[in-house]
Design a protein. Structure first.
Length: 465
């Protein structure tokens, strides 16, 4: 860590804060001519060079930022915004905490990406490239992660690209909400999380504890186990409803969402989404139990929609299935209806297909957020993708919109008239540098106005459940 890097990450964050708030019309940037702008805040004036895009967005040159003779610090801007946004001291303090954590993550990213051009970055495999992304492209303090200290950040945050094993529990079947696709069973799920040697070790511990088919295995993020489950679920452990088995299986790598983990030991299987009771980007990252029972059924239904709809089939769009899910309620917290939601979302799992499941040999997946990233010399990664494709920018973007925007619009329009309406996010899929298709990730639980979720009278039989 040095002052030059500190100045760089602060300037980048200040530019993002000003651009986002100006776009949201919190204040207006006045043009001074020749691409120069100023923003007036109570007791302060920010000056900079920028270009205004076709949608009104200000692309600020962070190196030109000036605020009188003050150092360019994100903390300074946050304090200046306090009266503008009518924030209390408590609110500013919480934002400041997220600001500091974001800057720490940005410093690590700056270090990890140093010397890598946009072309170098897009050469990385999909999992490692995701570790190089700067996080939510629109959320200013996108690495708050309240609850994690420096040691936890270095071990579990994606920008550090470290891998780790999962902690495993055995839970009495009657104490766990569990749904699994009829074409999958527990043994297949375990095989996706551990190689034969690790499975043999796991099975031995399972037998040593006298466990049978009345129990279900449940993976837990190691931080969640140490900080939450081992403490808050002590009654379940002491009274025999739950058994701690230890760490087993493959090594896992955190995606940008923190909760979703990709198998770093064996590519192409199932990802695992696990709750983390940390506060990041305005919410605690748990897993609510109310959607678990309907999850695999809704996932299969969406896959059927994609398989039978002519437009979606022609586009090449696919759905990332979620074939299994589980949830364990905390008996004490569940009785407190008005308790904060984080107490109801501490223990569960969602198994999700990895995008590699749908790729052809000459394809690789990327997150759409990648297209908004720049290298350390401010060269956009989308430019590197376009250059490599051999297409001009207009043709490349036309193909991108055809395979992403059109299927998404087609999917959402008729679903507004149905009882269940998932939200989606997209992973682009590239073939020889060109956008070929995409995988869709399901977000259950959001509905059109006046609608409610009606997944059906019955659920499919759970494999092994």
């Amino acid at each position: 860590m040095n002052h030059k890097d500190w100045d760089f990450v602060n300037r980048q964050l200040v530019a993002k804060m000003l651009a986002e708030l100006e776009y949201e019309q919190v204040f207006h940037a006045e043009s001074q001519g020749d691409g120069r702008y100023c923003i007036n805040l109570p007791g302060a004036q920010w000056r900079f060079s920028a270009e205004r895009g076709i949608w009104g967005w200000l692309w600020i040159d962070a190196q030109t930022l000036r605020c009188a003779d003050e150092p360019v610090l994100a903390q300074t801007l946050l304090m200046q915004l306090k009266p503008v946004l009518s924030m209390s001291d408590a609110t500013v303090a919480e934002h400041m905490q997220d600001l500091y954590a974001t800057l720490l993550g940005d410093l690590q990213l700056l270090k990890a990406r140093r010397g890598l051009s946009a072309s170098d970055l897009i050469d990385l495999d999909a999992d490692r490239l995701q570790c190089m992304l700067s996080g939510h492209p629109k959320f200013a303090f996108n690495k708050g992660r309240r609850g994690w200290g420096k040691e936890a950040l270095e071990r579990y945050a994606p920008e550090y690209a470290n891998t780790f094993r999962l902690h495993w529990l055995a839970v009495k079947r009657e104490h766990m909400v569990w749904r699994c696709d009829s074409e999958l069973d527990i043994q297949q799920l375990l095989a996706a999380a551990m190689d034969p040697q690790e499975f043999a070790r796991f099975n031995q511990v399972w037998q040593d504890n006298g466990l049978d088919n009345d129990w279900l295995p449940l993976p837990v993020h190691p931080w969640q186990w140490q900080q939450k489950i081992a403490l808050d679920f002590i009654a379940d452990l002491a009274e025999g409803r739950m058994v701690s088995l230890g760490e087993f299986g493959d090594l896992w790598l955190a995606q940008q969402s923190l909760r979703t983990l990709t198998n770093a030991s064996r590519q192409g299987g199932l990802d695992i989404k696990l709750p983390l009771t940390i506060y990041n980007t305005s919410c605690y990252r748990g897993i609510p139990g109310k959607y678990i029972a309907a999850g695999p059924l809704a996932s299969r239904w969406l896959q059927q929609v994609f398989a039978t709809d002519a437009t979606l089939k022609q586009s090449g769009a696919v759905i990332l299935g979620e074939p299994a899910a589980g949830y364990v309620s905390h008996e004490g917290y569940a009785a407190l209806a008005q308790a904060p939601y984080r107490y109801q979302e501490m223990l569960g799992v969602i198994w999700r297909e990895n995008p590699c499941r749908w790729l052809k040999p000459d394809e690789s997946p990327i997150l759409m957020a990648t297209l908004m990233e720049c290298d350390e010399n401010n060269q956009p990664l989308i430019g590197a993708y376009i250059d490599r494709s051999g297409l001009d920018a207009e043709t490349w973007l036309t193909q991108l919109f055809r395979v992403v925007v059109v299927p998404l619009y087609h999917l959402l329009c008729p679903l507004r008239r149905r009882a269940y309406r998932p939200w989606t996010k997209y992973n682009a899929r590239h073939e020889r540098g060109r956008t070929a298709a995409r995988a869709v990730e399901r977000f259950p639980g959001r509905y059109a106005a006046g609608e409610r979720c009606v997944p059906g009278d019955g659920l499919p039989a759970s494999g092994g459940a």
